[in-house]
Ligand binder design. Sequence first.
Ligand code: ADP
Ligand code: MG
Length: 381
Amino acid sequence: MNIHEYQAKELLRAEGVPIPPGEIASTPEQAEAIAKKLGGMVVVKAQVHAGGRGKAGGVKLAKSPEEARELASRILGMKIKGLTVHTVLVTAAAEIASEAYVGIILDRATKKPVFMVSAAGGIDIEEVAATTPEKILKLPIDTRYGLLAYQASELGFFLFDDLKKVRAASKIMMALYQAFMKNGASLAEINPLVVTLAGDVIALDAKISIDDNELDRHPELEALRDETAEEPSEVDARNSHLTFIKLDGDVGCIVNGAGLAMATMDLVKYYGGEPANFLDIGGSSNPEKVVNALRIITAEPHVKAILFNIFGGITRTDDVANGIVTATKANPLKIPIVIRLTGTNEEIAMQILTENGFTASSDMDEAVKKAVALAKGGQAA
Ligand code: ADP
Ligand code: MG
């Protein structure tokens, strides 16, 4: 789950990270009132689940409350990387002397949170990583001990020479690590972590991604979810208790089990196609899940063919067949469908489908090849 900058900043503030004050606004008038309250120069910042807002014109400096209102009216409603801006953060402007990068990501290979810090922050850290990787210090953390004081100092010294700034940065590293662990994050970053003209070290931007699997342990974080900022199909899928991730291809996949869903996507690619999504309808069978899955997939205009791949164990294939029949009766399909099912109650399922004018097979390769061909507008092989 992604959260907004202002929400990530709240989580970091709670651990003691110094961050300029600010509030969110959804109208230009609110932005003006906040700017007036803060006094001095402010920055108006688009709140969307995307980076690079500065480059896209979504982060602007205002010298007066009137200018803050004007900038807010321009930024609200703007699209950044396809995402509409519904709110802006109005925050006190800092006088920047230098910008650094500080982040923690969960490294799946080592199964550890890894700190990444660089004095070359602010701009694309990806660019720094690609062209001058020596400017980034990577430090894996053993979660049994957490971030130890000497490690926090090491990180601080990599960024600064001045002892006062090193200490301030080390404290921020500790706080960032706490925020990362406490909130079940898969990523937490501050970019830029700036040194002000007065010599203070403060965070001007924050990004935290919460691991979806951690939400059970942190139900309070669910309140940070902003459905208006998420992919509509993913919101619908979550509310229907389906595991769904939208992708860019044109073969809509409806599969039971995450492993089979991955294997299906691999096979689609192997036969020259591109999956439009990852979708796991789950273990227990329930015709309604199939109905919801079909609704979500057919709502995507770029999906050119639907591929069902069901391995019946706990999932009863006759339930899936009934789901397909119910869903397509209510909303007749406009695109071809290829059904592969095998396992529990396979004969009954085949019969239900045949009686309702569908064809189905039990061969996965054959079904995937057929779906790929149909998505390309060709004849099924
Ligand atoms: P993004 O990473 O999405 O582009 P940032 O919040 O990092 O958005 O803002 C981009 C740049 O704008 C920062 O690198 C910084 O130079 C400047 N900036 C952001 N917030 C402030 C602020 N409160 N005061 C002064 N400058 C800021
Ligand atoms: Mg940034």
